[in-house]
Design a protein around this ligand. Sequence first.
Ligand SMILES: Cc1cc2nc3c(=O)[nH]c(=O)nc-3n(C[C@H](O)[C@H](O)[C@H](O)COP(=O)(O)OP(=O)(O)OC[C@H]3O[C@@H](n4cnc5c(N)ncnc54)[C@H](O)[C@@H]3O)c2cc1C
Length: 457
Amino acid sequence: MSRHVLVVGGGLAGITAALRCADSGYEVTLVETRARLGGAASSFQRGDLDVDTGQHVFLRCYSAYAALLRRLGVLDKVRVQPRFRVPVLEPFRACSVLRRWDLPAPAHLAPALLGHPALTLRQRVNAARTGMRMRELDPEDPALDRISFGDWLRECGESARAVDALWALLSVAALNAAPDESSLALAATVFRTGLLDAADSGDIGVPLRPLAELHDGAAHRELASAGVRVLLRTKANSVLRDESGETGWRVPVRGRGGEEVLRADSVIVAVPHQHAGALLSARLLPAAAAWSGLSAAPIVNVHVRYDRPVLAEPFAAVLGSPVQWLFDRTSAAGVRRGQYLAISLSAAHEYVEQRTGELRALFLPALRDLLPRARRAEVQDFFVTREPRATFAQAPGTRDLRPGADTGLPGLVLAGAWTATGLPDTLEGAVRSGDQAARVVRATFDEARPAGLEVTR
Ligand SMILES: Cc1cc2nc3c(=O)[nH]c(=O)nc-3n(C[C@H](O)[C@H](O)[C@H](O)COP(=O)(O)OP(=O)(O)OC[C@H]3O[C@@H](n4cnc5c(N)ncnc54)[C@H](O)[C@@H]3O)c2cc1C
């Protein structure tokens, strides 16, 4: 008799979990509130433009995410730079470049660090020492999650300038939080796995096509070929035990055909923590009450279309300006004339509530200060996308709030980048959580299986 698994949420965690469960021979249904798959990593149309919900980048060490892209047949629609290289722009100054050298880790970063023009010689030497201390940190040590990255950097003698010009340049984008608001454990994970432990792990990958092409269209095709039934525009209202004893779980949903109740032997809840907390009553899972402590942090993207090319690099980090990171979206968005740039603003608490006009008045002059060619270019379009709950707030003390996939209730399983993956809230974390959720489902079914009965594959 086939087991039925219901996956709630069609982000990368849900897509991965659904595919893995289908691989195990289970009958799988995936319900997603929105009209598209991909969750936080998707895109929409604005006139002739394909706009990502927010610029996404990934690292060469994101192996689970790369495996998902390969399976979806879209690995050729992303590009990983041959070696870590980040152009750094400052207003009215020539562009400098942080790059790795062809040396084993951690020496691969030494030339970049020791030549970093924004730091004094003393700050560079200290930063190299801090990098070595970082390599000694064990991200699994729970004590590290009680300390802020900012406090630790100060303890290492890092000056405010060094924090801004080096550490925060990378950590704010990676953790969507300022160093003082970031867990040291998560910062150590980012710097160790992304930069310090292996020479090529931090090479940066960017999508060459809109995210919807990677995570929506391609996922639909793969889920269909794996036999997964996908119900879009279908919202799960709650997850309840099935008292009839027929299956384990009951999920009332509201979809295009109205209200119905879906039944399943196992439910994988792969939605953001705020939604998961609302779906699961505190009576069913008392731990759910604590998830609100994970809070949320915003990301804002400012989009500008110019009548001509103004930025010569595919992306750049920025110092001394409200602009944090700048991406050339022209080709990925299908633009044929001029240049389309996206400014990605992480930990964007001060911008998320601001009106588009205010952001225009701030960011267009900032771009002119950074990009000489923008001073003569005509702005053809300007708009803003805001994601107030882009990630959970990756602050000290969050480790204990992130639940594992196994809820302890047979058949009820959690997935999502916010769960206890050991990683920050990322594409990689989402995919790994989906893999883990499917493993927990399989283990539960295998345990419940009478001895000698084979699972059909
Ligand atoms: C603007 C922005 C920029 C980012 N940049 C990066 C980056 O550069 N690199 C990186 O690695 N990560 C980045 N991230 C984080 C990354 O996108 C997420 O970690 C990842 O996509 C989360 O996937 P998920 O499947 O866990 O959750 P989600 O993508 O949030 O998917 C959850 C899904 O559940 C659905 N859902 C919710 N409630 C219900 C319900 N009741 N019934 C049915 N469906 C429901 C939602 O509609 C959603 O589709 C960024 C995020 C944002 C928002």
